[in-house]
Design a binder for this molecule. Sequence first.
Ligand SMILES: [Fe+2]
Length: 216
Amino acid sequence: MYNIKPRTFDFESVTDISKKQLEEHYKLYTGYVTKLNEIWNTPYIPSNYTDSNATYSKMRSLKLGETYSLNGVKLHNLYFENMTGGSNVPYGPLFNAIINQFSTYDNFISYLTNVGLSMRGWVVLTLDLLDNKLHIIGSDAHDTGAVWLSCPILIMDVYEHAYFMDFGTDRKKYISTFIKNINWSILNDRFKKYVSPINYMDMNQRRYRQYNFLNE
Ligand SMILES: [Fe+2]
């Protein structure tokens, strides 16, 4: 029996985003948790799925709901976590990696902001296992644009529900406010956690390359 619980977050630590805005957003998140439990607790009974079809069927509905709610839960967990708790001054191994790759912090923030203004759902800074580099991925919904084997480090929700109550249509102001609330301690912990698996994957990829499974 699945009984995933919503996590709690220190919304008191967030500056310049109202408690009401954050609480309404949190309600949406708990809805995804509820639906995920409902989906994962649905037993597989073969006789219930005799109509399986890629246009419309019970199984299709279940699987689309599963990826939507599962990503909705994971992305909001990461988002709320990386915008609460303070530690708002950029520092550490992730900051160094950003400077290395994006030349300057301002350049990185400019890129992040423009991706945020261009997408309808999410912006995710990832460490990708294919090239071991940072990438800023844009997504229009929980279940579109996700990249597998790409480790999420910084997550920014740009759905209108994340900011409309406080900022109206001024998404740029919401993005700059979100950036001021980023918890760099959380980001560095995530970054460091992903480096070891990447070293492991890198060894494996080098092995595969010997057999020309990868282009390099
Ligand atoms: Fe959201």
